[in-house]
Design a protein around this ligand. Structure first.
Ligand code: HEC
Length: 109
């Protein structure tokens, strides 16, 4: 007769053990949970290689882009304007200047 209760007793013991361990296994689980919202390093900013980005980032320090957007210039004129802006303090490398002048000449001519 007592053998019939044995499986139930085991279940009861198992439940008690699980309940007891449950409290303990949850604690190490919480630091994992705080890590889970992917704290992967954000992708490195791509080098400002395109004209639109350069224009947005380097040509808005002193005036809005209205000056650029209302202007219509040839590539040579843009080259001269950009060189003048660099003389005033715009930060552009040689390569960036070339990319930007090409972009300006294509979009604002
Ligand atoms: C350090 C400040 C500064 C930065 C940065 C700057 N500008 Fe200017 N910009 C000026 C000033 C001051 C004027 C008005 C005087 C002049 O025209 O030289 C001006 C005027 C202009 C004009 C109108 C005059 C013209 O020649 O048509 C354009 C177009 C222009 N800027 C484009 C640009 C572009 C493109 C860039 C990015 C490479 C840029 N600026 C960055 C200061 C700046």
């Amino acid at each position: 007769m007592i053998r019939r209760w044995y499986p139930w007793l085991m279940v009861l013991v198992a439940m008690v053990l699980l309940a007891a361990c449950g409290g303990r296994t949850e604690t190490p689980a919480s630091p994992l949970a705080t890590q889970s919202p992917l704290t992967a390093p954000s992708p490195l900013p791509t080098p400002a290689a395109d004209g639109a980005t350069l224009l947005q980032e380097r040509c808005t320090a002193c005036h809005t882009l209205d000056r650029v957007e209302s202007a219509r210039k040839t590539a040579e004129e843009w080259e001269r304007t950009v060189v003048r802006m660099i003389g005033r303090g715009a930060k552009l490398t040689e390569a960036e200047r070339a990319v930007l002048v090409e972009y300006l000449a294509e979009h604002y001519r």
